[in-house]
Design a protein around this ligand. Sequence first.
Ligand code: ATP
Ligand code: MG
Length: 254
Amino acid sequence: MSAVSMKKEAISAANNSDPSQEFFAIRDLHAYYGESYIVQGVNLDIKKGEILALLGRNGAGKTSTMRAIARLAEPEARAGEIWLEGQPLHTMKSYQAAQAGIQLVPEDRRIIPGMTVEENLILSQIAPNKGWSLEQIYAHFPRLAERRNQEGVTMSGGEQQMLAVARALARDVKLLLLDEPYEGLAPVIVKEIENIVYDIKERGITTIIVEQNAVAALRLSDRAVILDSGELVFSGSAKELLDNPELRNEYLAI
Ligand SMILES: Nc1ncnc2c1ncn2[C@@H]1O[C@H](COP(=O)(O)OP(=O)(O)OP(=O)(O)O)[C@@H](O)[C@H]1O
Ligand SMILES: [Mg+2]
């Protein structure tokens, strides 16, 4: 048996607990785009306040897994369970999952054109379960405070990423899903966003981070998993992964 298939057995053996009792748990999730079978039996447990890096090559199914957790229409989850603090997300529509505390910050950030920074934030606060106030947000994101009257889409990439995260915080988020938050950003801005994610963690918010920049994601994370062709092939600590040249070469190109 190869090291990778042994690891797969170990991953499934570790997921025998009752998922409704976990902070967040996925059990045997299968999701499709039409006939295309993409997420192929994913299992995952996350403890409250953890940061988990979800890694893997291009096309491995990272974005699809995040979309399935957020209960977007595509990919369609046809089997499996997803639980957040005893709430069965797998029975919910995306707006209900958002009310339950799931917030996805997609790669393209979705800042609304024609609206200022503050209007983008206020729109998020219309949600039934409000999160942070504008005052709290501006205290944590001084760059957004300075630019509150600027049209959101005219800001730099890093500033727009901060706004995308701040919008999630305006919505009472329990599990924050960040899809490639560092994409296209200079190292100094990456550091700033890392500090924000740490800060959020201190406030008890749990995060899944998908990143091509595996080194930066692992620096931040408590744990890591690797997806390959829609299946988990590694689950462990960031250090275990960094110390394993076989996995690094095969899946992370670092
Ligand atoms: N809307 C779609 N319809 C059909 N297939 C799709 C769709 N979106 C993604 N896929 C396919 O699903 C697979 C997984 O894609 P996904 O975007 O989840 O990968 P990823 O791990 O996020 O990759 P990347 O690192 O490039 O962002 C790919 O083969 C992709 O072509
Ligand atoms: Mg992706």
